[in-house]
Design a binder for this molecule. Structure first.
Ligand SMILES: O=c1ccn([C@H]2C[C@H](O)[C@@H](CO)O2)c(=O)[nH]1
Ligand SMILES: [Zn+2]
Length: 294
């Protein structure tokens, strides 16, 4: 079992820990459960969907990387497929606070990067901040997304974000998590660059139309790609590097062990991820960065 789960796993009720053990046993547990696996765990434990998501929160929070706050937030996103995806906050010492990833952003992005196109609900161990409410207002699920919090009745994103500002206010109809292919091409034989291009092609940038993707290679040779996710309110946009780091972290790899990165962005785009990507990568110890235009 990955060391980060030891403490939280030991504190689970016995029937849940024995149902989860076969999944968490190996280091490469992907921090998600398929709908079939969820059904299996529910049957073994007698927990319903809600209770299971709450029970999993300590495991999700155990994936947090919080050198600044030491405040671990966990989130569980449920896709309409029935799959569950963990999310956890990530902080980067040596980089500006703006580079922080919130647990809700992590869970949403995790689901999106693994192919989910719509969320049914999200369960979080703390109340979502304004930034997260705004981030989630960009999703295909709209204001109907169910939000589950400890000691509160389930409520929708619309309840938590009344009089909201969103994509519609800017006449945008494409939403975050929708399947897209922007069709950019690039001549390369580097698989890491190919992953970054693929991520760029699936990125969500309807406001700036400046699509981008980042792919990371870890010191043990694993590769992870992240897509840029723009937000109608601009500032809550999630950079492609953060998306890649979310998938890397959820997959059990160490953010401080990235050895190489490729950023793919459009030639002549209105905005660029180049400088911010390099600065944050430098803060986490990676200076081997290639930027390619598509
Ligand atoms: O909705 C929230 C609020 C805060 N945090 C994280 C961000 C930062 O890492 C830490 C302290 O704010 O908690 C979240 O993940 N979600
Ligand atoms: Zn937040």
């Amino acid at each position: 079992m990955h060391a980060r789960f030891h403490t939280a796993f030991a504190a689970l009720p016995e029937n849940l820990s024995s149902a989860l053990e076969p999944f968490l046993r190996h280091d490469d547990f992907p921090a998600m459960f398929t709908a079939d696996e969820v059904a299996q765990v529910k049957q073994a434990t007698g927990l319903d969907d809600d209770a299971l998501a709450f029970a999993l929160l300590p495991l999700a929070a155990a994936c947090s990387v919080t050198p600044i706050s030491h405040f671990n937030v966990g989130a569980i996103a449920r896709g309409t497929s029935g799959n569950l995806y963990f999310g956890a906050n990530m902080e980067f010492a040596g980089a500006p606070m703006q580079q922080t990833v919130h647990a809700e952003q992590s869970a949403v992005t995790h689901a999106w990067l693994r192919g989910e196109t719509r969320l049914a609900s999200i369960t979080v161990n703390y109340t979502p901040c304004g930034h997260c409410r705004q981030f989630m207002n960009e999703l295909t699920s709209g204001t109907g997304l169910d939000i589950h919090l400890p000691d509160r009745d389930v409520a929708t994103l619309g309840d938590y974000l009344p009089h909201s500002f969103g994509p519609k206010d800017l006449d945008i109809t494409t939403l975050l998590m929708e399947k897209v292919d922007h069709g950019y091409t690039l001549k390369t034989s580097d698989t890491l660059a190919a992953h970054a291009l693929d991520a760029c092609n699936q990125s969500h940038a309807p406001y700036s139309k400046s699509h981008s993707g980042v792919a990371l290679e870890t010191q043990n040779g694993k590769q992870f790609a992240g897509r840029y996710a723009e937000n109608a309110a601009f500032n809550p946009s999630l950079p492609p590097l953060q998306a890649a780091l979310i998938l890397l972290n959820m997959s059990g790899e160490d953010c401080l062990k990235v050895r190489r990165a490729v950023l793919v962005e459009q030639e002549g785009a209105l905005i660029t991820q180049n400088d911010a990507t390099r600065a944050t990568l430098k803060a986490i110890g990676c200076e081997d960065v290639t930027t390619l235009n598509c």
